[in-house]
Structure formats: structure tokens, C-alpha cells
Design a protein around this ligand. Structure first.
Ligand SMILES: Nc1nc2c(ncn2[C@@H]2O[C@H](COP(=O)(O)OP(=O)(O)OP(=O)(O)O)[C@@H](O)[C@H]2O)c(=O)[nH]1
Ligand SMILES: *[C@@H]1O[C@H](CO)[C@@H](O)[C@H](O)[C@H]1NC(C)=O
Ligand SMILES: *[C@@H]1O[C@H](CO)[C@@H](O)[C@H](O)[C@H]1NC(C)=O
Ligand SMILES: [Mg+2]
Length: 405
């Protein structure tokens, strides 16, 4: 039967994989220990094309945690996670950055990532093949079950399915091919992917499409936070943000007391989630209220936003009118060339992370990543988990996902 529930512990599955490899080794060779090449496995994954940068960071964590756990098993020591390049992201409007796949080293500190999980960039594994094409042994296309709550319960399960198609583009590379495609309805924890992998132990390059479908094994656990802490930004982005903070916001500390920050998400949010976001006037009122209540001495407000200039000007003018100094990080064209849209957004996030007080946008993953960063920096949680409320109607405060050290 091709239907598994999580009754099958990952331990059982690991043993199964090991036995299989063992058999293979014994038949061909004397001992298993020397055949590192054969145990080598590369796990690739891809994410639903419309998803933004910050959800993709969370998807990475689910895979990285699985790989870090796998490394503890003798027969998975040579498994590596291939970092999917950043390609053609919907929000990245600068023409230059949408055409070439961007490696992770552009945004993250690779050594820090590698200290948590065995990761490699895609371009680093190309030289491993002598062929003209890079052939992936098996692509699992993950899909949701049509009814997540069958019989009223949300069970962990997967099932091989008949029809599906790959909606991605292999990050724009036309020299990547796949040998086999398996369609899989999937619901549950990321570590359950090991059950799929173990079905074909001789596959060397295994890829998952729709990597956003598997969920965190333990959201908010210690391993979650260890992984999150390892996602340090690249040095040049940190340096740039630091320089801005010292020159414009009068702060060189980890935790600044000189300014408050806001993430004011507009664009698709202002259109599709009008019930959750305030008007410009409402935004000004909420900023003023928070400062008067918690930091009456602060005059400087840093704004991270994807809003249009006309909206930002109005927001700035109205804040100026009541006595605040407003700051934006405005990239020069050479900054934009160097850091790309993704890097500019990260610089905004870093500056928000160090502020005395932060107000974010309801259910924006961009905001969530800032909140996590502030937890890592050691801010009191009440300075972090604050959101803009709509002008009228109810307004639930954000859940506090506090750090576990
Ligand atoms: N520079 C900058 N870019 C932003 C800002 N807010 C949003 N963006 C851009 O818009 C993208 C937002 O997409 P996501 O990263 O998916 O985050 P989100 O859309 O807020 O959250 P979800 O839709 O829930 O995933 C970011 O990755 C940035 O590229 C901002 O304050 N500054
Ligand atoms: C695929 O093409 C890219 C350039 O488009 C190249 O850098 C890479 O080495 C190629 N991969 C293989 C396996 O030939
Ligand atoms: C946050 O809580 C601490 C006590 O835990 C308190 O001293 C501080 O004033 C609070 N700050 C805000 C912004 O509410
Ligand atoms: Mg988004």
C-alpha cells in the first residue's frame, strides 16, 4: 500500500535505507566504509513560484533542520542540501536582478549556514557531472491533499498520485533535466520526506517541487531557533545597514534606544487585505500613540516599506507635522546594482531589527523575520510583537514566538 501514516517512525525508515545500502555495498565491494561516493546524495528543492523571499527563508529552515538531523546518522553523513538560487521573484522589480539566478552567498553568511547544516550552492555541484546536462534522478512533485481534514482530523500522510506537472523553471537553467517524476500528495512534517527518499536508495540527486508544502517538524523548538540563528546575513549587507544606523540614527549598538522602526507593507497587502491595514492617517496616529506611551523621548522613526513614493511622502509629511524626523533607506543606483532588490529589503530589515521599538504588518512574513531577528538580539518581546491595526474593527495582537536558547 502506498499510504503511510506517521506511525512509521523515521527511525524505522532510516534502518530500512541503511540495510538497502548495505546490501548494495556487500554485493559489489568488500566493505561499505570506503564508498563515500556511493553514499553521496544531494537534496534539491523548489518553492511555488509566486512565494516571496521571506516565506522561502522559512522553507529553507524546514529542509535545513531535516538535513542537520540526518547528519547524525552514519549512512546520511554525505547528504547535502542544495540551495535553490534566487530567481525571478515576483516582488523584485529591478530588471537586472530578475534575469540571472542569484546564489545564497549574495544574502547570507555561508559559513554560518554550513555550521548548521550541510549546504551547497547549485553552481557548486554542476562540475560533478561530465555531461552537458545536469540530470536529477527523481523529482517528487508535492501537492496538497484536496481535503486536509479528512474525517475531521489533520493526519500526517502521503500518497503517490497519478497526474501532476512541474510549474517551476529549474531557476532558469535549460540544462537541468529529470529522469523520473513522482507525484505525491503530501501533508505533514518535513522529516516525512525521508520516507520518500528511502524508497529509491540509489538516487543520488533527488528534488522536491513545492517545498512549501511540508511543515516544520517542531515550529519554535530549540532546533528551529538554532537554525534561525545560523541564517546570518552576509557581511556586506550588515556593514551597509550598520553604517546607515550610525550615520542617520545615531546608534552603533546592538539594541538601539534612539529610534523606533515600522514595517509598513502596502502593494498587494493594501489591496487584498484592506481589512488588516490602516490608512495613512491611521498609521500616523498609531505611531504617535506608541511613541508617547513607551518612548516619549524618541523623535526618529525609521520606515521600511514597499509603498509607492506618493504614499510615503504623505506619511512622512504627516509625521513631520507632529514633530517626528522620518528616515528611509534610499539605495543609490550603485547600491541597487550591488545588493539587488533582495539585499535592499534585507538592509531595511536589519535597520528595523535594531530599533528600540518595532511595529509590523499583520501576517507579513517580512515582519515575522524582523521579529525573529529581534528575539535573537535579545529585545524584550513587548517591544517586538506589535502590529498596525485597521482604522476600525477588531485587531488581534500578533502571537509571540519567543526565542528558545
Ligand atoms: N525594501 C523593502 N522591500 C519590501 C518591504 N516590504 C516588502 N518588500 C518586498 O516585498 C517582498 C514581500 O514578500 P514576502 O517576503 O513574501 O513577505 P510578505 O509578502 O510580506 O508576506 P507573505 O505574503 O505572507 O509571504 C519582500 O521580499 C521584498 O522584496 C520593505 O519594507 N522594504
Ligand atoms: C548549465 O548552464 C550554466 C550556464 O547557463 C552553466 O554555468 C552550468 O555549468 C551548466 N551546467 C552543466 C551541468 O553543464
Ligand atoms: C516591557 O516589559 C517590561 C517588563 O517585562 C517593562 O519594564 C517595559 O516597560 C515594557 N515595555 C514596553 C514597551 O511595554
Ligand atoms: Mg508574499
Amino acid at each position: 500500500m502506498l499510504f503511510f501514516s506517521l506511525l512509521l517512525t523515521s527511525c524505522l525508515v532510516l534502518t530500512f535505507a541503511e540495510d538497502d545500502l548495505q546490501g548494495y555495498c556487500d554485493a559489489k565491494h568488500q566493505s561499505c566504509n570506503i564508498h563515500l561516493e556511493e553514499d553521496e546524495k544531494y537534496i534539491l528543492y523548489d518553492v511555488n513560484p509566486p512565494e516571496g523571499f521571506n516565506l522561502r527563508r522559512d522553507v529553507y529552515m524546514r529542509f535545513a533542520i531535516m538535513m542537520s538531523e540526518a547528519q547524525k546518522h552514519e549512512n546520511m553523513k554525505n547528504w547535502k542540501l542544495v540551495l535553490p538560487p534566487w530567481y525571478n521573484l515576483y516582488h523584485w522589480k529591478t530588471v537586472d536582478s530578475s534575469h540571472k539566478p542569484v546564489p545564497w552567498s549574495m544574502f547570507f553568511d555561508m559559513e554560518s549556514l554550513r555550521n548548521f547544516a550541510p549546504v551547497v550552492e547549485l553552481y557548486e555541484i554542476f562540475p560533478k557531472t561530465k555531461r552537458k546536462h545536469f540530470e536529477i534522478n527523481r523529482l517528487y512533485i508535492l501537492q496538497n491533499f484536496p481535503d486536509a481534514f479528512e474525517n475531521g482530523i489533520f493526519d500526517d500522510k502521503w500518497e503517490i498520485d497519478k497526474d501532476c506537472h512541474y510549474s517551476g523553471s529549474f531557476w532558469g537553467y535549460n540544462n537541468i533535466t529529470v529522469k523520473e517524476i513522482d507525484c505525491v500528495k503530501f501533508q505533514g512534517r518535513t522529516s516525512m520526506l525521508l520516507e520518500l527518499i528511502s524508497l529509491h536508495p540509489s538516487d543520488k540527486y533527488v528534488m522536491f517541487a513545492h517545498g512549501e508544502i511540508p511543515l516544520h517538524d517542531y515550529y519554535g523548538s530549540k532546533s528551529f531557533w538554532d537554525c534561525r540563528k545560523s541564517m546570518k546575513f552576509s557581511k556586506k549587507l550588515i556593514d551597509k545597514a550598520r553604517k546607515y544606523m550610525s550615520e542617520n540614527l545615531n546608534c552603533i549598538d546592538e539594541r538601539c534606544s534612539t529610534y523606533i522602526s515600522i514595517h509598513w507593507r502596502r502593494q498587494d497587502f493594501a489591496r487584498a487585505r484592506r481589512k488588516d491595514v490602516p490608512s495613512i492617517k491611521g498609521t500616523v496616529r498609531q505611531i504617535d500613540k506608541a511613541i508617547k506611551k513607551y518612548h516619549p523621548h524618541i523623535l526618529d522613526v525609521f520606515i521600511a516599506s514597499d509603498a509607492q513614493n506618493s504614499e510615503l511622502e504623505q506619511l512622512e509629511n504627516q509625521l513631520n507635522d507632529i514633530g517626528y524626523r522620518v528616515h528611509f533607506y534610499l539605495p543609490s543606483s550603485s547600491d541597487l546594482q550591488e545588493f539587488k532588490d533582495g539585499g535592499i529589503a534585507i538592509i531595511d530589515q536589519i535597520i528595523c531589527s535594531h530599533a528600540a521599538f518595532f511595529i509590523g504588518t499583520h501576517e507579513s512574513t517580512f515582519t515575522f523575520r524582523i521579529q525573529e531577528e529581534r528575539e535573537i538580539l535579545g529585545f524584550e518581546s513587548n517591544t517586538t510583537f506589535n502590529r498596525f491595526c485597521p482604522d476600525t474593527g477588531k485587531c488581534e495582537q500578533p502571537s509571540k514566538w519567543t526565542i528558545v536558547n
